[in-house]
Design a protein around this ligand. Structure first.
Ligand SMILES: NC(=O)c1ccc[n+]([C@@H]2O[C@H](COP(=O)([O-])OP(=O)(O)OC[C@H]3O[C@@H](n4cnc5c(N)ncnc54)[C@H](OP(=O)(O)O)[C@@H]3O)[C@@H](O)[C@H]2O)c1
Length: 186
C-alpha cells in the first residue's frame, strides 16, 4: 500500500511539474509575442544602420522600418538614381527626423579589401551599429545548385566579412562596439 502511494505521489508530482512548465512557457510566449516592448535599436547598437540592396524588395522594406524606428540610414546600391529615389521615398514617409547617406558600390565588380576600404571611408565618424547585408547577386544563367554552392558560399561569406570589417572596425581609435548584423544576401 505504501509503495502504491509513493508511485501515485511521484506521478502526481511529475504531472504537476510538467503542467507548471507548460503554463510558464505559455505565459512567456504571450509576453514575447504581444506584451514585450520592442528593442530600442538606437540605444542598444548606435544611431546609424547600413543596408546593402536597399533600393528594392526586402532591403527597401527593412530600410523603411529602421527609419521609422528613428535610425539614420546609409543606403548601399549600384545606381545613384535609384538610391536617390529610395532616399526621397523614405524622407517623404518618415520626414526629416532621420539622416540618409548613400554609397554607390557594385558588389559584382568590387570585392575583398576594396569593399572594406570604401565602406570604412564613407562611414568614417558615423555611429553605425546595425548592418543589413541583403544585396543579392544572381547568376546570368541557370546552373545546378551543387555546381554553384562553393562559389556562391565563398562569395557570400567573403562579402559578409569585408562588410563587417568595413563597418565595425572603421575607426581604429575607437574599440569595436556592440553591433548587430543581419545577413541574407546571396
Ligand atoms: N525575395 C525572396 O523570395 C528571397 C528569398 C530568399 C532570399 N532572398 C534574398 O534576399 C535578398 C533580397 O531579395 P529581394 O527579393 O528583396 O531582392 P531585389 O528586390 O531583387 O533587390 C535586390 C537589391 O540588391 C541590390 N543589388 C543587386 N545586385 C547588386 C550588386 N551587384 N551590388 C550592389 N547591390 C546590388 C539592388 O540594388 P540596385 O539595383 O539599386 O543596385 C537591390 O536593391 C537577396 O539577397 C535574395 O537573395 C530573397
Amino acid at each position: 500500500m505504501e509503495f502504491q502511494a509513493l508511485i501515485l505521489i511521484s506521478v502526481a508530482t511529475l504531472g504537476f511539474i510538467s503542467l507548471c512548465s507548460s503554463i510558464i512557457n505559455l505565459v512567456k510566449w504571450v509576453y514575447i509575442m504581444f506584451l514585450r516592448p520592442p528593442k530600442n535599436l538606437k540605444r542598444s547598437y548606435g544611431s546609424w544602420a547600413l543596408i546593402t540592396g536597399s533600393t528594392d524588395g526586402i532591403g527597401k522594406a527593412i530600410a523603411m522600418e529602421l527609419a521609422s524606428e528613428g535610425l539614420n540610414l546609409v543606403l548601399v546600391g549600384r545606381d545613384s538614381l535609384k538610391l536617390e529615389s529610395t532616399s526621397s521615398e523614405i524622407r517623404h514617409r518618415i520626414g526629416d527626423r532621420v539622416s540618409i547617406r548613400t554609397i554607390v558600390i557594385d558588389f559584382a565588380k568590387v570585392g575583398g579589401e576594396e569593399i572594406e576600404k570604401r565602406i570604412g571611408e564613407e562611414i568614417e565618424g558615423l555611429d553605425v551599429g546595425v548592418l543589413i547585408n541583403n544585396a543579392g547577386l544572381a547568376y546570368p544563367f541557370a546552373r545546378f545548385f551543387m555546381k554553384l554552392i562553393w562559389v556562391w558560399l565563398r562569395r557570400r561569406v567573403r562579402r559578409g566579412i569585408d562588410l563587417l570589417f568595413g563597418v565595425f572596425s572603421s575607426s581604429e581609435k575607437s574599440p569595436p562596439r556592440r553591433g548587430h548584423l543581419l545577413g541574407q544576401g546571396g
